[in-house]
Design a binder for this molecule. Structure first.
Ligand SMILES: Cc1cc2nc3c(=O)[nH]c(=O)nc-3n(C[C@H](O)[C@H](O)[C@H](O)COP(=O)(O)OP(=O)(O)OC[C@H]3O[C@@H](n4cnc5c(N)ncnc54)[C@H](O)[C@@H]3O)c2cc1C
Length: 551
């Protein structure tokens, strides 16, 4: 039996090595059009920034090491230019000699990854993507040659933001150009505010609502007509599945434009599997086709395809959650599942919980506060999505929430998780438990909340905002028109409050919850501002278009 694998990085190499571990007798051939296989593409930005100093550490394997350990025949600089699914052959071009040859397969694995959008028009300045070792070599060559380089990063998704951070680390002046109204578009606006602040503080020139229209010697012209001087453009304008040879071979694509596969990664063509960024996935929430271009899924699915090829017992592919984490200028941003923006666009009912837990017990030095947002199905109490922005401890909570979503835990069940605690690691009531308590209070009706973007409308309808923080906190900054009535004086002085619907708020929502319980039991119509002052200011200060109403 002869298996050919097209693409020799994450998904392709996982398939190849797993297949070898399952079957010693099979011939396994990998064609990779780039100069390297099995390289750490997720580490590429950090080589630009010299966080990873040793270039060779990005190269996890070589054709020689894969031959000796796994008996793989790996051909770099060999591009598969066409597939004949009827004859079960591929045409391979040796990129050094330019010659083509036909290779036979019994089983074929497509792992071509993703490709970038159309080239930016113009010439006179290097425009480099950030997808390969050759790309980072090209970027570093420009940076090394100029004392104070000026770089444009086109696209502020996860790769673009990593590029920004690492170009700054190399002393470059960076302009980031983003078509949408914010960087990291999967984040909801109130959650992205800290990232915008960090970029501003680092001196990054953030241009939103515009694109790079063209380049010329010494700069670029943006679609809003402005000129940006630059020595280099890093093109991170998003990715799409690289399906060109699959499409040309008549292999079915799905509605997203990715290769369509079943839950065993089989394509429409007999004997052809497809895995990784080139393939569409099934969404965890709605079961529809979706594109998730992350390394964990690529590796997992590559392995599973090998299992299926070898006839090993394998579970059907699990749907994709889209768990994502990115570091930017000391912040950690994590998200899983759907954003509020996406839920609103889909017309899907949801409940929102904002909290601001600390990474560990606040009495132990070094605790750092994060912003956490949970999106919850009001009918089932299932978690629909989560977003976290902070420093220490974000990664741990993100992974707990990803596990909770995978295992179908309700938001209220987060209260029951017995999580690790010693003061330097967590809290006796971890932020995850606390988010569960808030969700449970909403589910049982013990608390009613209002979202930051609903405050203006509520006030216009006659609601009064009551700040239950301390006098000092209020003096340092307050919601315009709010009445100060500190929590500890509430029982005695609540009679001073007007006979109107009340919105109580504190800094993060916790004292507001206590205030809301007191006032509710004293007969007031009261709602607690979800996430408190911190979420409200982050939401309002972004100045971004607001969501539709959440339930
Ligand atoms: C800069 C960067 C940072 C990233 N950071 C993260 C991260 O932190 N976390 C995370 O989860 N994901 C990250 N990703 C995404 C992750 O790398 C991808 O999801 C993953 O590599 C996809 O695996 P794949 O095998 O489908 O595609 P790839 O790893 O891209 O491999 C596809 C390979 O196929 C080759 N190929 C394509 N067509 C042909 C052909 N016709 N013939 C021969 N060879 C061909 C390509 O040259 C390419 O090398 C990052 C990606 C980049 C670019």
């Amino acid at each position: 039996m002869r298996t050919i694998i097209i693409g020799g990085v994450a998904a392709g190499m996982s398939a190849a090595t797993r297949l070898r571990r399952l079957d010693e007798s099979r011939e396994i051939v990998v064609f990779e059009r780039g100069s390297y296989v099995s390289f750490a593409n997720c580490g590429l930005p950090y080589f630009v920034g010299r966080v990873i100093e040793d270039r060779s550490s990005l190269l996890l394997q070589t054709p020689a090491s894969l031959a000796s350990r796994f008996a793989l025949r790996v051909h770099v600089r060999h591009e598969v230019v066409s597939i004949d699914t009827a004859a079960r052959t591929v045409t391979v071009r040796d990129l050094d000699s330019g010659s083509d040859r036909i290779e036979r397969y019994d089983d074929l694995v497509l792992a071509m990854g993703a490709t970038t959008t159309e080239a930016i028009p113009g010439e006179g300045m290097p425009v480099v993507t950030l997808r390969s070792v050759d790309d980072v070599d090209a970027i570093t060559a420009v940076l090394d040659g100029i004392p104070s380089p000026r770089a444009i990063v086109a696209g502020a998704g996860f790769i673009g933001i990593e590029a920004v951070e690492n170009l700054l680390a190399r002393g470059a002046h960076v302009t980031v150009v983003q078509r949408g109204s914010q960087v990291l578009s999967p984040l909801d606006p109130e959650m992205v505010a800290p990232v915008h602040r960090a970029l501003d503080e680092a001196g990054v020139d953030v241009r939103t609502g515009t694109t790079v229209s063209s380049i010329h010697a010494g700069g670029a012209t943006l679609s809003d007509g402005t000129e940006v001087p630059a020595d280099l453009v890093v093109d991170a304008r998003g990715v799409r599945p690289d399906v060109r040879i699959a499409d040309a071979a008549g292999i079915a694509l799905g509605p997203t434009g990715g290769i369509a596969v079943d839950d065993r990664h089989r394509t429409s063509a007999p004997g052809v599997w497809a895995v990784g960024d080139a393939v569409e996935k099934t969404d965890h929430l709605d079961g529809r086709a979706t594109l998730v271009t992350m390394a964990g899924l690529a590796n997992r699915h590559g392995r599973a395809a090998a299992d299926d090829i070898a006839g090993a017992v394998t579970a059907p592919a699990t749907p994709a959650l889209g768990t994502t984490i990115v570091g930017v200028l000391g912040l950690t941003v994590g998200l899983v599942g759907w954003s509020e923006r996406r839920l609103v666009a889909a017309g899907r009912a949801h409940r929102v919980v904002h909290t601001h837990p600390f990474s560990h017990a606040t009495y132990y030095p070094g605790a750092e506060q994060m912003a956490m947002k949970l999106l919850i199905d009001p009918e089932t109490d299932l978690i629909l999505g989560a977003q976290l922005v902070g420093r220490a401890g974000v990664d741990k909570r993100l992974d707990v929430l990803a596990v909770a979503m995978t295992s179908g835990l309700t938001a209220s069940a987060l209260t029951q998780l017995e999580l690790a605690y010693a003061p330097q690691y967590g809290s006796a009531k971890d932020g995850i438990n606390m988010a569960g308590y808030v969700a449970e209070n909403l589910a049982t009706g013990a608390d009613r909340t209002i979202q930051w973007h609903e405050v203006d409308a509520a006030r216009a309808a006659g609601a009064v905002i009551v700040d239950v923080r301390t006098t000092g906190e209020h003096a340092a900054g307050s919601i315009p028109g709010s009445i100060l009535l500190p929590l500890d004086e509430l029982r005695e002085r609540h009679g001073e409050l007007p006979d109107a619907p009340l919105i109580v708020h504190c800094r993060v929502g916790q004292r507001g919850h206590t205030a809301s319980r007191i006032l509710q039991q004293l007969g007031h119509d009261v709602r607690n501002l979800d996430g408190g002052w911190l979420t409200w200011t982050d939401g309002v200060e972004t100045g971004l278009p607001r969501h539709g109403s959440a339930q």
